[in-house]
Write a protein that binds this ligand. Structure first.
Ligand SMILES: [Zn+2]
Length: 73
């Protein structure tokens, strides 16, 4: 069991959300949106994206607030 936890910790450390998973560009001047996939069996995969890149790909009927928009009122 602990091996799996170590493995998850390592993959999370490797998956720094420094590159956008949609456009491939670095995420520098904004808070990355972290997408975590639940792969079942306690396995997860995380990836980062620009808020705008995710918003462009979401259907307009899906509510989404980018991190930089949260609490900015
Ligand atoms: Zn992007």
């Amino acid at each position: 069991m602990w091996m799996r936890q170590v493995k998850n910790t390592i993959s999370e450390a490797l998956a720094q959300p420094s590159q956008c998973c949609f456009c491939g560009e670095p995420i520098k001047d904004e808070t990355p949106v972290l997408i975590t996939l639940d792969l079942g069996d306690n396995q997860t995969q995380s990836m980062g994206t620009h808020g705008l890149c995710l918003q462009e790909r979401l259907h307009p009927s899906i509510p989404f607030v980018a991190p930089d928009e949260v609490g900015s009122d």
